[in-house]
Design a protein. Structure first.
Lengths: 195, 158
């Protein structure tokens, strides 16, 4: 009896692939005809530009970028958390930050040449790849930008980026934390159509 | 002191009780039987996925449809060449067929859930962005706008 069970067990052990539907989520913009009004009225300083060419070289804010993805993450984070010229809404968001995040903003986020505040369309990360850019680099950059956002969201509620990602939105109390972390700061990642 | 002999400890029985063994084996067996999903399709393209850290897990598996992209694997090179290809279900398709594929997948879902469909892109790291962009453009027009760039967790950060 146990032999047969063993045999079956080994069979299932070998054939099992634990399905892993994990990955980086991205929402595509609506089809072309509906999105004309998008690129109006966003000031240059409110756009963080990342460009990739077909040789997998990066141009970040018009400067060649040769450092690690984690450095890119820091740059993006500084950009999101910049309060150069905050609106009323931006001030409210700043006031809702925990002390540590306020300190971070006061140390890094008062540059008038960078984004106004993190609210809607005041801080947009734009990423434009080339048709020859490798998928590997594309994911690396996308991952770094998402990491920056997740760290900001996490920091607002006293979590790390990983803990923020692990929040279960089906659970009511965790969903509340998630909503609190996301409130007012949209994940504004714009994927431009490559050349 | 001297007259006292060292007394050996009573020898404990070294046998592990095996009475419960079949139960344990059966438990494991049932676990694997339940979790196993039989691969219903052979993947005909290279699949070396990029690693990432900021991963989201899709809770509802039924909403996920997969699109595979990569160079054809060795067995298919004589027929399909070495240029990256798009595979859905069991066949290679051209990018014009993606809209049809999306509609087929949407038909499998309940009407209320059709907008929530998630397209999981399983793309080999050697694929260039050109073909991926074309696919995304098709998905956008087919109104399947939620993408998941499938990637395993990158454990060694830095």
């Amino acid at each position: 009896m146990a032999d047969i069970a063993f045999l079956l067990l080994i069979f299932f052990l070998v054939t099992t692939t634990i399905a892993n539907d994990k990955g980086i989520l991205l929402m595509l913009p609506p089809p072309d005809d509906e999105q004309e009004e998008l690129d109006i009225d966003i000031h240059q300083r409110n756009i963080f530009k990342i460009l990739a060419n077909s040789k997998d070289q990066l141009l970040v804010e018009d400067e060649p970028f040769r450092e690690s993805p984690s450095k890119l993450k820091e740059e993006v984070k500084k950009f999101i958390l910049n309060f150069g010229n905050p609106t009323q809404e931006g001030v409210e968001i700043y006031n809702s930050f925990p002390p540590e995040l306020k300190r971070y903003v006061n140390a890094n986020g008062r540059r008038r040449v960078s984004s106004d505040d993190p609210t809607n369309l005041k801080a947009v990360v734009s990423f434009k790849a080339n048709r020859g850019t490798s998928y590997e680099l594309y994911i690396e950059v996308l991952d770094a930008v998402n990491a920056a956002y997740n760290e900001v969201y996490g920091a607002r509620v006293g979590l790390t980026a990983d803990e923020f990602l692990a929040l279960d939105k089906r659970d009511e109390s965790q969903k509340a934390v998630y909503d609190l972390a996301r409130a007012g700061i949209p994940r504004a990642i714009s994927i431009a159509k490559p050349d | 002191m001297s007259g006292h002999k060292f007394k050996k400890k009573a020898k404990s029985n070294p046998d592990i009780p095996t009475a419960a063994l079949p139960d344990i084996i059966f438990m494991l067996l049932f676990f694997f039987m339940v979790t196993t999903v039989m691969r219903e399709q052979t993947i005909m393209v290279m699949q070396k996925l990029p690693k990432a850290t900021q991963l989201t897990k899709i809770e509802r598996k039924s909403l996920v449809s997969h699109i595979y992209m990569g160079k054809p694997t060795e067995a298919f090179v004589p027929v399909f060449g070495t240029e990256p290809r798009i595979q859905t279900n069991d066949v290679f398709i051209s990018k014009e067929d993606i809209a049809r594929f999306v509609n087929n997948e949407k038909d499998k879902l309940d009407e209320v859930e059709r907008d929530q469909i998630v397209m999981s892109l399983k793309v080999d790291i050697d694929v260039k962005m050109g073909i991926i962009t074309d696919v995304q453009e098709e998905l956008r027009n087919a109104n399947a706008r939620k993408l998941l760039y499938s990637a395993p967790k990158n454990v060694d950060t830095e």
